[in-house]
Each structure stands twice: as structure tokens, then as C-alpha cells.
Design a protein around this ligand. Structure first.
Ligand code: PMP
Length: 337
């Protein structure tokens, strides 16, 4: 019989899938580099964050910071919350997530569906107010038995990528990878994968993709709409020495390419995946122009598009922000770069 004992045993070992039409490479890409997508939405919780959740919890159990029956408190409403909630219920912990009231009900309901508690804080109060997002999460995290993973400072976040995502990519490409492209939120993915790959072969180019406005590409934290990537501060989990280059991608290009991935590659992914893949396409065009048909570019696609159906995949939402919609949105990147 073929089975696993828990869904947690299915975290990681995600496949690499070749990108085709959306790259718009000359001659169908025959003389061009190979571009492979690491499809992280095939993790059981639906995102790359399952990896860090299980690794951070394992480490806290080992160090005694998390005791049997303890409570995990994290200010998150996204993918990290799902990963933590999934691992927590399987191991008998309670999860409490603190999120601002601007977080959609759908996102809160996903966390509740896994059995987590969600505490919603008003956005319209000052940070020093007792009901503020920061104060509530600090207060909950200081209760006896509570533990706060803090994905922005926890070294087991990048370590999970150093130990799993990096080695998987190296082995799946039989050491032939030449370029690694990924978005950066906490910076855990790029720091862990990048360090591992460079230790195997220092010539591998590590390339960050970043929303225009974020600090990683020299911005000041100016707002952007793509979710899960870009920061207005430098997280401790980001290793500044690892990226060889950062490519800035506009929201318009990120969203248009996200839609192309769904329509042309059958990959229903989130906006940060579209952003990273758009940067990978740019790298592929540069390499093709240099005649580098030996190059192997791997781009990491962090999560599924299911969580963004009312945004990136909704013409009215796109139009509200002045982005191209419909067929225009799906094709505006053709022939560019
Ligand atoms: N995309 C999405 C959708 C995410 O949730 C995250 C994590 N914030 C990232 C990309 C970036 O990953 P990392 O935190 O490892 O830099």
C-alpha cells in the first residue's frame, strides 16, 4: 500500500515544470535557455510557507520554546498562517493569528477552517493603542505557554530553504542550474536557497525579483499591490550578501504575467509568482541574446492563484487600479523586454 501517515509528510519535493509559450523566446526557445518553474503551490498547505512553518516548529520543540499543548501566536494572515495552522493541529498546538481588520474575511476563514483562532485588530488606531495589531500580538505572545515564531527574524526560516528547497533544485537540475530567480518577502527563500546553491557552485547567479517601491530594489517602501513580496524595512532573515542582482517589476507587469501563466501554462499562481516569472523571462531573453542556450534558469512560484480570484483575476479590480484587463491584460507583455 502506498500512503503517508500525515499530510505533513508531503511538504517539499515539489516538481520543476518547464515554462514555454509565455517566455516568447525566438524559434520556440530551441536555441534559448531552459526556464524551469519550481511549483510551490503543490505543497499540502498550498504554498512555499509550509516548509518554514514545519521547520520553525520542529526547532522550537527541540529547544523547548514550544511545550506540549502550547500556543503559537503569529501576526500573519497569509500563507505562513496556513502552514503553521496545519502543522499545529497535527501536533496538538493551538494557533492564534493576529491580523488587521483590512484582511479579507476569506483569508481569515481559511485559517479558522484549519482550526486556528483569529484575532482581528482595528487598523484605525495608533500603534501604541492597547488594541493595536502590535500590542495585541505582543500581549498574546507573552502569555505562559505561548511561542511566537516570527518569520522575519527566525533563522529556521532561511534554514528550511537551505536544507530542503536548495538541495531539491540542485538535485532536480543535476547541478546544471545557472540562474535562480525568486521574489523576496522575509528574504528567507532567496537567502537559504541562494546560499546553498552558491556553496555547490559559486558561479550560479542568484536574482531577486522585487515590486517597484520596495527596499530590496532601492525603493522607499512606496506602496505596491502585489502581495507577499517587497518590504519597507530590511528583515533579519534577509542575507544581503546572497543576491547578485535585483530586478524591479511593476505591478502591471506582475499581474499581466500572472494571468498569462494561468491561460498559457495552466499555472494558476499568485501575483508574486507572476512577478518572479516575469523577471525570469527577462533573464531568459538576455541569455538568449548572448547565445547562452546552455543556461538553466529556475524560478520559484510561491503560491496558488486561488487566493487572488477577486483581485488579480478580476477585471474590475484591475481596472479600478488602472491596469490592463481582459485580453489586453493577457497579452500586453508579448514581445516586450
Ligand atoms: N510570495 C508569497 C505569496 C509569499 O507569501 C511570500 C512570503 N512572504 C513570498 C512570496 C516571499 O518569500 P520569502 O518570505 O521567503 O522571501
Amino acid at each position: 500500500m502506498q500512503y503517508v501517515n500525515s499530510l505533513l509528510d508531503l511538504i517539499g519535493n515539489t516538481p520543476l515544470v518547464r515554462l514555454g509559450r509565455t517566455l516568447d523566446l525566438p524559434d520556440g526557445g530551441a536555441e534559448a535557455p531552459l526556464v524551469l518553474a519550481k511549483v510551490e503551490y503543490l505543497n499540502p498547505g498550498g504554498s512555499v510557507k509550509d516548509r518554514i512553518a514545519s521547520r520553525m516548529i520542529d526547532a522550537a520543540e527541540a529547544s523547548g520554546e514550544l511545550q506540549p499543548g502550547g500556543t503559537i501566536v503569529e501576526p500573519t494572515s497569509g500563507n505562513t498562517g496556513v502552514g503553521l495552522a496545519m502543522v499545529a493541529q497535527q501536533r496538538g498546538y493551538t494557533c492564534v493569528f493576529v491580523c488587521p481588520d483590512k484582511v479579507s474575511e476569506d483569508k481569515r476563514n481559511v485559517l479558522k477552517a484549519y482550526g486556528a483562532e483569529v484575532v482581528v485588530c482595528p487598523t484605525a488606531v495608533a500603534p501604541e493603542h492597547p488594541d493595536s495589531y502590535y500590542n495585541v500580538s505582543d500581549r498574546l505572545a507573552s502569555q505562559p505557554g505561548a511561542w511566537k515564531p516570527d518569520q522575519y527574524s527566525n533563522p529556521h526560516n532561511p534554514r528550511s530553504h537551505y536544507e530542503t528547497t536548495g538541495p531539491e533544485i540542485w538535485e532536480q537540475t543535476e547541478g546544471k542550474i545557472t540562474h535562480f530567480v525568486t521574489g523576496m518577502g522575509t528574504g528567507g527563500t532567496i537567502s537559504g536557497v541562494g546560499r546553498y546553491l552558491k556553496e555547490q557552485n559559486p558561479d550560479i547567479q542568484v536574482i531577486g525579483a522585487d515590486p517597484a517601491g520596495s527596499v530590496y530594489s532601492g525603493g522607499t517602501g512606496r506602496p505596491y499591490l502585489v502581495e507577499g513580496v517587497g518590504e519597507d524595512f530590511w528583515p533579519e532573515t534577509y542575507d544581503r550578501s546572497v543576491a547578485d542582482r535585483v530586478i524591479e517589476v511593476s505591478d502591471a507587469d506582475s499581474f499581466a504575467f500572472t494571468r498569462r501563466l494561468a491561460r498559457e501554462e495552466a499555472m494558476l499562481v499568485g501575483g508574486s509568482a507572476g512577478m518572479a516569472a516575469f523577471a525570469a523571462r527577462q533573464v531568459a531573453h538576455e541569455l538568449a541574446a548572448e547565445g547562452r542556450s546552455d543556461a538553466v534558469v529556475v524560478v520559484l512560484l510561491p503560491d496558488s492563484g486561488r487566493g487572488y480570484l477577486t483581485k488579480v483575476f478580476n477585471d474590475d479590480w484591475l481596472a479600478q487600479y488602472g491596469f490592463a484587463t481582459g485580453a489586453e491584460a493577457d497579452h500586453r507583455t508579448v514581445g516586450e523586454v
